[in-house]
Design a protein around this ligand. Structure first.
Ligand SMILES: C[C@@](CO)(OP(=O)(O)O)[C@H](O)COP(=O)(O)OP(=O)(O)OC[C@H]1O[C@@H](n2ccc(N)nc2=O)[C@H](O)[C@@H]1O
Ligand SMILES: Nc1ncnc2c1ncn2[C@@H]1O[C@H](COP(=O)(O)OP(=O)(O)O)[C@@H](O)[C@H]1O
Length: 291
């Protein structure tokens, strides 16, 4: 291999986590997907994804992930799926890509890690491969990869409706979140197909949103299915307003300061995975794109 044709430097991009400050299930569409209302809060905590373009040494049109996730076929990794979806749009036709992943977001925890990884991949490779896809094209590609991908592509804390793709940016008062993940995996599909899921919450007017007047409609069902989630949530409620995010299993508590959050973090039952994060109005990916 000719060394001059290889760029060994990885360009590292952030891939933030999110929480759902509330999640209302307001109905069901004919395709089985649910009509939701939610507030996606982007966090300053997340994964990092490194991209290295290759002119030689890899098969043309090749997308290779070097740090795959244990137990996940690389072809099922949303990073690989997102990169492959962008291949036809490259203007740098001969370039393949190697990808590294520094995974920090707990998986399957309602923190949007997979969707965020897909969105970061689309935004980063759109730039690195000089695809020149506009925002609406990226949103259309993203929506096919997952209902949560569009919010990470737009990169703004936002109210969402429909399946989660109709977005309305919203600035949330700066808050600190303690996010804790019980050691259970909740399947999003299992929650949404469960007969006991409430599906008739009245739609709210986003202009009049108040945290205390909302809820997560999946919380009770998931707590019944997984006592670990119920116990952790009950424990956190002793210290601060707390709620489950997405379809679980992670839960969050809201604090005014990092020091208040740290006091509770230290007391968490032994072995509980947790992190502290600040809410952001704007994704760090947009800041990187602006550079
Ligand atoms: C409901 C949320 C709230 O953030 O849950 P979390 O995944 O974050 O826990 C998300 O919108 C999930 O988004 P995402 O995980 O990308 O969903 P997808 O892969 O598109 O769909 C997973 C499964 O959830 C169901 N689903 C998803 C979104 C929706 N509005 N209605 C649904 O019924 C579908 O049955 C689908 O088979
Ligand atoms: N890059 C990725 N990061 C995390 N999960 C991924 C990724 N690619 C595919 N997945 C799959 O998506 C599932 C949901 O992951 P994740 O997005 O972290 O959770 P959630 O949808 O609950 O927020 C995982 O269990 C995994 O099988």
């Amino acid at each position: 291999m000719n060394n001059s044709e290889v760029n060994d430097v990885f360009d590292w991009w952030p891939s933030p986590a999110k929480i759902n400050l509330f999640l209302h299930v307001c109905g069901r569409f004919e395709n089985g997907y649910h009509d939701l209302q939610t507030l996606f809060q982007i966090l300053d905590f997340g994964d990092e994804i490194g991209f290295s373009l290759r002119k030689a040494g890899l098969q043309e049109n090749c997308v290779q992930i070097l740090d795959n996730i244990d137990g996940l076929d690389p072809q099922d990794n949303l990073i690989v799926k997102a990169a492959q979806a962008l291949l036809p749009y490259r203007t740098l036709k001969s370039h393949s890509v190697e990808i590294k992943l520094n995974k920090r977001i707990p998986m399957g925890g309602g923190l949007g890690g997979g969707s965020s990884n897909a969105a970061t991949t689309l935004l980063a490779l759109n730039k690195l491969w000089q695809c020149e896809c506009d925002l609406s094209t990226l949103l259309a590609i993203g929506k096919k990869l997952g209902a949560d991908v569009p919010v990470f592509i737009k990169g703004q804390t936002a109210f969402a409706s429909g399946i989660g793709e109709k977005l309305q940016s919203h600035s949330v008062q700066e808050q600190i979140y303690l996010v804790a993940s019980p050691n259970v995996h909740v399947s999003t599909a299992a929650v949404f197909t469960h007969p006991s899921l409430p599906r008739q919450t009245q739609k709210i007017d986003f202009a009049h949103y108040k945290f205390e007047q909302t809820q997560n409609d999946c919380e009770k069902l998931v707590c019944n299915m997984h006592p670990e989630v119920a116990n952790l949530l009950q424990w956190l409620l002793n210290y601060a307003p707390s709620r489950m995010t997405g379809t679980g299993a992670s839960v969050f508590s809201i604090f005014e300061s990092v020091s208040d959050a740290k006091k509770v973090l230290k007391k968490l039952p032994a072995g509980t995975k947790a992190f502290i994060a600040k809410g952001l109005d704007c994704s760090p990916v947009l800041q990187k794109l602006a550079l």
